[in-house]
Design a protein around this ligand. Structure first.
Ligand SMILES: Nc1ncnc2c1ncn2[C@@H]1O[C@H](COP(=O)(O)OP(=O)(O)OP(=O)(O)O)[C@@H](O)[C@H]1O
Length: 613
């Protein structure tokens, strides 16, 4: 199992890093072309042109200097016109490149955001949420998401700077071949910047898990849901202390990396400054010996300064590019992860069958399940046969595995061994989307969708989400018939305090929207009710479940209804009661059968109803 203080697997193997960067660059260029092919092409052509303009300016300055010293007015004027043209092109084309770059950056960022939603939402099970690697990558992606958008811009700017550097060097050679060695003095600067960026990236990777925990504490402290308990238990200071401790370790690790990166960078610049000084001396000596013109000295000074600008620009841009490519690399990791066979909605090689229609038998055949990353099975060798139309209640102490069984039925996890079949078909071989479309479920920790009441209920059956009769029918079945009348704009009331004019509901009212959402699908094969009514009183819960089960039983194609509840007044009405204990089924039968057996159920029942007798 992953230990909190182990270095994260986010760290890259050096051999693979180059390939990963190349893939990331290809992803950015391809996304830019998908976003806007014409502008992407224009910016990729214009960027080198702008980069090369600096050299034209240098040539014009040399020409103007020598012509002025010769008192050649015509040649000096031509050089001046060339200089102005080069400067104007640099600024106008440069401005155009910047505008295009920003436009494309935004489009690329939006496309990648959208893809990110597809990737995270498209993984059919919840298993990936158990992987520390996945969580760490997501944390890094969240932190550096902004850089993803800017990544294409980093590529363009590097292209411009690289072209500028190349042409500057080509011209320096014409002054003195030895000046070609000048870039060698720039190499330590580039290496130092790369080294610094690697150190910073490594520190970020290694502290990603602590940073994720820090952020979780921050979110917890700001969460309205946690606000009451934080105050009642006086947790604010403790949360802040834990947050600060994590922040300190993260900051220390990152500060250490920043300092080491700065030392590398300073050393690199010192080497370059020495080379530049040597280059200028060389051209001065050449003029003193009559081997060059004063224009050459001016050119060396101008190009040397330009080289300095190009190299420093390239170094800064290079580290921008490194960060951007690293962010794109996290994105690619996620993309690869989502493409793994176990994360694919369809099993490889299988042609998923549609699920059998409602009104069929549900069978659990030797089902075992262990949560990923853990050792002990939560369910072990569970066998159950549930005929069509049965209302089955799952009972057991906290942690007995009731919700886990429900998650397996919804295919949010796959059994570690054994099969679950419906109508004779192993549900693992069915199309996962179609299987989920055939069931409906209300969970203990249901979602409070901050939408209009109509949509919050209607999205229980998306194709009919806007059909008023369908929504009001679902509200009636789900115990929320009175809700529209209690809200200022009826079905069209915006729910939730986040939105302007949004109305917050009581816990019971939120529960009614969730229960109503569950009844939007009219002919489900499987109806799952996993303690969604915990905050209703026992009598209301009993009445609601009685209504649900009566409607289910009256259907011509009755679903299997799976009920999880700790309330025995509700449970006793089920056709089949399954008591889970010690990873398996301890007892199963109807209420009279189990009471006659006088086993665990009878004991729990007596305990659960003692207060009511
Ligand atoms: N995502 C998870 N990763 C690892 N273990 C988990 C996970 N979810 C649940 N468990 C463990 O599985 C066991 C069964 O949990 P489950 O939620 O199924 O119990 P339950 O019977 O529904 O409990 P309750 O009545 O409290 O809702 C518990 O020991 C729990 O700690």
């Amino acid at each position: 199992m992953h230990k909190p203080h182990e270095p994260s697997a986010v760290r890259e193997k050096p051999g693979r890093a180059l390939l990963a960067r190349a893939r990331a660059a290809a992803l950015l260029i391809a996304t830019a072309f998908r976003a806007d092919a014409r502008r992407a092409l224009l910016v990729l052509v214009l960027a080198p042109v702008v980069g090369g303009c600096g050299v034209v300016s240098g040539l014009a300055i040399r020409q103007a200097t020598d012509a002025a010293l010769r008192h050649d007015f015509g040649a000096a004027l031509t050089a001046a016109v060339l200089l102005v043209a080069a400067v104007v092109t640099t600024y106008t084309a440069g401005a155009l490149v910047s505008v295009l770059r920003i436009h494309l950056q935004q489009r690329v960022g939006l496309l990648l955001d959208r893809r990110l939603m597809e990737l995270t939402g498209g993984i059919p099970t919840l298993t990936h949420h158990e992987h520390p690697d996945y969580l760490d990558r997501m944390e890094l992606l969240r932190t550096h998401r902004g850089e993803l958008g800017g990544a294409f811009g980093a590529l363009v700017e590097n292209l411009r700077a690289l072209f500028g550097l190349g042409t500057t060097l080509a011209l320096l050679v014409t002054v003195h071949p030895a000046l070609l060695t000048l870039p060698l003095f720039a190499l330590p600067t580039v290496f130092a910047a790369h080294r610094g960026s690697v150190l910073i990236g490594r520190a970020e990777g290694e502290s990603a898990e602590r940073e994720r925990l820090r952020r979780a504490l921050l979110e917890l402290s700001c969460s309205p849901a946690a606000a009451r308990e934080i105050r009642v238990y006086g947790l604010a200071d403790e949360l802040t202390r834990r947050h600060d401790a994590l922040q300190d370790t993260v900051r220390r690790a990152r500060d250490r990396a920043d300092t080491r990166a700065a030392v590398w960078s300073g050393g690199g610049w010192l080497v370059f400054a020495t080379g530049y000084l040597g280059g200028v001396l060389l051209s001065l000596i050449a003029v003193a010996r009559g081997e060059g013109t004063p224009g050459d000295v001016v050119l060396t000074l101008v190009l040397g300064a330009q080289l300095l600008g190009s190299v420093s620009g390239l170094v800064a841009l290079g580290s921008w590019l490194q960060h951007a490519l690293r962010a794109a690399g996290h994105f690619l990791w996620l993309s690869d992860h989502a493409a793994l066979p176990e994360n694919s909605p369809a099993r490889p090689g299988a042609d998923p069958a549609p699920p059998p229609g409602p009104g069929a038998e549900l069978v659990l055949d030797h089902v075992s399940f262990t949560y990923p990353g853990t050792r002990h099975p939560v369910l072990d060798d569970v066998c159950l046969r549930v005929p069509a139309g049965t209302v089955i209640a799952l009972v057991g102490e906290n942690g007995a595995g009731k919700t886990t069984l429900v998650k397996l039925l919804c295919r949010l996890y796959e059994p570690t061994s054994g099969t679950i079949s419906y109508g004779g078909e192993d549900i693992a071989t069915l199309d996962v989307g179609a299987w989920r479309g055939a069931l409906t479920a209300c969970f203990q920790d249901f979602q409070r969708f901050e939408l209009t009441l109509r949509t919050a209920v209607g999205l229980g059956d998306l194709p009919r989400a806007d059909v008023t009769d369908a929504v009001t029918g679902a509200l009636a079945r789900g115990g929320g018939a009175g809700l529209p009348g209690q809200l200022p704009h009826g079905l069209d009331t915006q729910l939730g305090p986040t939105f302007p004019g949004g109305v917050d509901l009581s816990t019971g009212q939120w529960q009614q929207t969730a229960m109503s959402r569950t009844t939007m699908r009219e002919r489900p094969a499987l109806l799952i009710l996993d303690e969604p009514t915990a905050s209703l009183d026992a009598a209301s819960e009993h009445e609601l479940f009685a209504r649900y089960t009566a409607a289910a039983r009256a259907s011509r194609t009755p679903p299997v209804t799976v009920l999880v509840s700790h309330r025995f007044a509700t449970v006793r009405a089920a056709d089949l009661i399954v008591v889970l204990e010690g990873q398996g089924v301890r007892e199963a039968g109807s209420h009279p059968e189990l009471m006659a057996r006088d086993g665990l159920y009878a004991e729990l029942y007596r305990l659960g109803t003692r207060g009511n007798s």
